[in-house]
Ligand binder design. Structure first.
Ligand code: ATP
Length: 204
């Protein structure tokens, strides 16, 4: 017997939303390939690239302003409707905590998937209000090259293998400072933003 005939309420399926947070200082193809792969493998409706405003784990290490990092992310995904640059943490004053963002995005009829690299997953136990966070999301750990991702206590966790791209924001900043090219490691529209604002270039 169909649910309708039994009188059960049949609503639309939940909206499946991915949350991929990062400093994105700058965004690069490793981030984008991981976000895209998770979107595909988990059949998500939306994938948000959430730019950290003032990440407490990286105090004193973040180089570009939150607004500039958001502009690079927005440029990078402008042609990709299923990937969205999210300004929530940039617009919120004070220290950035993921749990605040997740509470803001939580809604009836919505399922949240928090996407992290295995380096970040291994440190998750130190995060602010981690028990509340664990109640609100499914954790998605992206693993590279047959790597076995960590089990994260308290979280419902799934692992998604993604192609390994050995690129990091730290290396990219060093390349820009040294005058080396970053083309193809960073999407062209984001490279334009980066150069137009003279980011990561030593002042002369
Ligand atoms: P940095 O070199 O400045 O530490 P980062 O890319 O490691 O930069 P974030 O921008 O905060 O730092 O990373 C956002 C997320 O992207 C994290 O979960 C991180 O694990 C993941 N990530 C970083 N580099 C890659 C990559 N090459 N492939 C897949 N995921 C990545």
């Amino acid at each position: 017997m169909a649910d309708e005939e039994r009188g059960a309420a049949v609503g639309p399926p939940p909206e499946r939303v991915g949350i991929f947070g990062g400093t994105f200082d700058p965004i690069h193809v490793g981030h984008l390939v991981a976000a895209n792969e998770v979107h595909h493998r988990l059949g998500l409706d939306r994938m948000l690239l959430v730019v950290a405003g003032d990440p407490w784990q990286k105090r004193g290490e973040v180089i570009a302003s939150a607004e500039a990092r958001l502009a690079m992310v927005a440029a990078a995904v402008a042609e990709m409707p299923h990937l969205e640059a999210c300004a929530l943490e940039v617009e919120r004053a004070g220290t950035t905590y993921t749990v605040d963002t997740v509470e803001h995005l939580a809604a009836p009829g919505r399922e949240l998937f928090l996407v992290v690299g295995s380096d970040v997953a291994a440190r998750l136990g130190t995060w602010h209000r981690v028990d509340d966070l664990a109640r609100l999301v499914t954790l998605v750990v992206v693993t590279r090259d047959g790597e076995v991702g960590p089990e994260v206590p308290k979280f419902a966790t799934t692992h998604v293998p993604v192609p390994r791209l050995d690129v990091s924001s730290t290396d990219l900043r060093a390349r820009v400072a040294a005058g080396a090219p970053i083309d193809f490691l960073v999407p062209a529209p984001a490279v334009h933003v980066l150069h137009a604002r003279r980011l990561y270039t030593p002042l002369r």
